[in-house]
Design a protein around this ligand. Structure first.
Ligand SMILES: *[C@@H]1O[C@H](CO)[C@@H](O)[C@H](O)[C@H]1NC(C)=O
Ligand SMILES: *[C@@H]1O[C@H](CO)[C@@H](O)[C@H](O)[C@H]1NC(C)=O
Ligand SMILES: *[C@@H]1O[C@H](CO)[C@@H](O)[C@H](O)[C@H]1NC(C)=O
Ligand SMILES: *[C@@H]1O[C@H](CO)[C@@H](O)[C@H](O)[C@H]1NC(C)=O
Ligand SMILES: *[C@@H]1O[C@H](CO)[C@@H](O)[C@H](O)[C@H]1NC(C)=O
Ligand SMILES: *[C@@H]1O[C@H](CO)[C@@H](O)[C@H](O)[C@H]1NC(C)=O
Ligand SMILES: *[C@@H]1O[C@H](CO)[C@@H](O)[C@H](O)[C@H]1NC(C)=O
Ligand SMILES: *[C@@H]1O[C@H](CO)[C@@H](O)[C@H](O)[C@H]1NC(C)=O
Length: 480
């Protein structure tokens, strides 16, 4: 680093770019096995890259206090020239890399090594303000714009964000305080947001202390989220784990999430804005998720669901100390639909409500929502579940004149807490069936007798994303 001491930042960057170019020419590709100064890292990804660079080639300093925003921008800007020439990977070595928001490019991999920590800047000027999401009409925290995510991309294809369990630390405390004291100028940023993009992989990373949501793929398709550890204080506001929003063909696997809000929240836009945008979330697989969410849901569907949510398949889910398991949240004015939802093999312990659906969630972007826009909730299936220490088994509340129908619950055993609610199932404006459910469900879920409902219809086919193949890729790390 002493190489750049005393120079201006721009002289530094220009020199670094030239230096980086030399390195790239020298080390592009993975044919580095014979050089004793190079060590090969291996990782799996949807695609491998022909070109490589390290953030240190662009003047990055991993001391925890120097801002690397310009280094990341310069790196991505430089590497974007390889988008149509085999793509590029950007390596982040061990260190603490302070940065504001930066954008990714197409056919690009960001790799965070073990002990590499991206630290979110607490300086608001490091976060550009971008337009609200068209399907929301306004920011979630404030009217108007929103701070761009720490890692942001729009209109991209083939983007990988991965590593050897490197960390992205949003340093969210300052943002939570501003949110609580009403001092936010714009909606808080997320850690990772990819918008209007396809072929996305986000894997093998630890995400901590996000200012707000952690991972937000929106208006995107073919999305793989795997092996994430997401941690936020359970008291932190809106720190949802993973929020697929108006996305098609998404897989979320092997994640461990402790959160102040929902662990996974499936969304598709808000009231009149979401209805007009009309882009559903569909073909979503969620597997092997462990969640701790004392004040929210393990998997929430909504409340912003105005573009529709269809064909969600969740299995092997573990819930610990969470408010509710799967929760459907909607309201008059939302429009849209939540249909063909399948959940099986779920274990829950210490829950307020094992099952919860509500049609009066409220929370509107403004007063212009259409009171005739009623949501369609249909074909909701829960199978093979055990729960213990539960205060209330089911709170199922449809909308008067708009019942939630086709609810199927089978082979579910719910053990109650020491002081359970007297009424274990409270059902209004719903219709469905049940089989082998303890405690005995409400009359609106007519008991079909043991063995009568085989599996509440969990589909036997697989979704395209389940067949997406990962390749073994490498990066030649220079041992300095
Ligand atoms: C990222 O791209 C968006 C959309 O093109 C732009 O508004 C924003 O300013 C860019 N962010 C940065 C940090 O350059
Ligand atoms: C991104 O894609 C969307 C949807 O196709 C389009 O409306 C928008 O103009 C594109 N934005 C950019 C910056 O290309
Ligand atoms: C990744 O790091 C987190 C946080 O230190 C840890 O809890 C988790 O077990 C690690 N995951 C793997 C696969 O090593
Ligand atoms: C944000 O709002 C506060 C008042 O709430 C104001 O003092 C500050 O200058 C604003 N910051 C920006 C970057 O606009
Ligand atoms: C994540 O890491 C595990 C082992 O640490 C590996 O088996 C898995 O393939 C990785 N997945 C992705 C998508 O990076
Ligand atoms: C049961 O839940 C209560 C909170 O409702 C909690 O305090 C208690 O520790 C839990 N007991 C067990 C055995 O998990
Ligand atoms: C019922 O669910 C339990 C717990 O998930 C499972 O072990 C058992 O095999 C299921 N029974 C049937 C008949 O499917
Ligand atoms: C049952 O649910 C309805 C609709 O939400 C509510 O009005 C009623 O108070 C609930 N009953 C009990 C005993 O909780």
């Amino acid at each position: 680093m002493e190489l750049w001491a005393g120079r201006t930042r721009w002289q530094g960057i220009v020199a670094i770019l030239a230096f980086g170019l030399l390195l790239l020419v020298g080390t592009s590709g993975a044919e580095s096995g014979e050089n004793p100064n190079l060590e090969c890292l291996h990782y799996v990804a949807i695609s491998c890259r022909a070109h490589s660079a390290s953030i240190t080639d662009f003047g990055g300093v991993g001391d925890g206090t120097t801002s690397n925003t310009q280094a990341f921008k310069a790196a991505v800007n430089y590497l974007s020239q390889y988008s149509s020439d085999g793509g590029a990977q950007l390596y982040v070595p061990p260190g603490r890399w302070l940065t504001g928001s930066f954008n990714l490019t197409t056919h690009f991999t960001l790799y965070l090594d073990k002990e590499a920590v991206l630290l979110g800047s607490q300086d608001e000027s490091e976060w550009p303000v971008i337009d609200p999401l068209p399907s929301y009409g306004r920011g979630r925290d404030t009217e108007g714009g929103r701070y761009s995510s720490l890692i942001f991309g729009t209109n991209l294809t083939d983007v990988v964000i991965t590593g050897a369990n490197g960390t992205i630390d949003g340093q969210g405390d300052v943002w939570w305080q501003k949110f609580r004291s009403g001092q936010l100028n714009y909606t808080r940023p997320y850690l990772i947001e990819l918008m209007f993009s396809s072929d996305i992989q986000i894997s093998n990373l630890t995400l901590i202390n996000s200012p707000s949501w952690n991972v937000h793929p929106v208006y995107s398709s073919n999305v793989v989220v795997q092996g994430l550890t997401i941690l936020a204080p359970v008291t932190s506001p809106n720190t949802d784990g993973i929020n697929p929003d108006s996305c098609t063909n998404t897989k979320i696997e092997d994640c461990y999430i402790v959160s102040g809000d929902d662990c996974v929240a499936v969304k598709s836009g808000w009231d009149e804005y979401g209805i007009a945008f009309g882009m559903p979330t569909k073909q979503l697989v969620i597997r092997r998720l462990t969640c701790i969410s004392p004040d929210s849901a393990v998997i929430a569907l909504g409340s912003e669901m105005s573009g529709g949510i269809q064909d969600v398949r969740a299995e092997d889910i573990t819930a610990i100390n969470s408010e509710s398991g799967v929760r459907i949240k909607t309201a008059v004015g939302r429009g849209g639909f939540v249909k063909d939802i399948y959940v099986r093999d779920m274990k829950m312990s210490t829950m307020k409500w094992a099952f919860w659906m509500t049609g009066n969630y409220g929370s509107h972007p403004d007063n212009n929502y259409d009171p005739n826009a009623i949501p369609l909730i249909q074909n909701i299936n829960y199978h093979n579940m055990v729960a213990e220490n539960v205060t209330m088994a089911g709170r199922l509340e449809g909308i008067s004149g708009d019942p939630f129908t086709g609810i199927c619950i089978s082979n579910v055993t719910i053990g109650l807490a020491q002081m359970p609610k007297k009424l274990q199932w409270n059902c209004t404006d719903i219709a469905g069936v049940s089989s082998s459910v303890t405690p005995r469900p409400c009359d609106l879920l007519e008991d079909q007798g043991p063995g009568e409902i085989a599996a509440c219809n969990f589909p036997e086919d697989s979704l395209p994303i389940e067949n997406m193949e990962l390749k073994m890729c490498s990066y030649a790390r220079r041992n300095l």
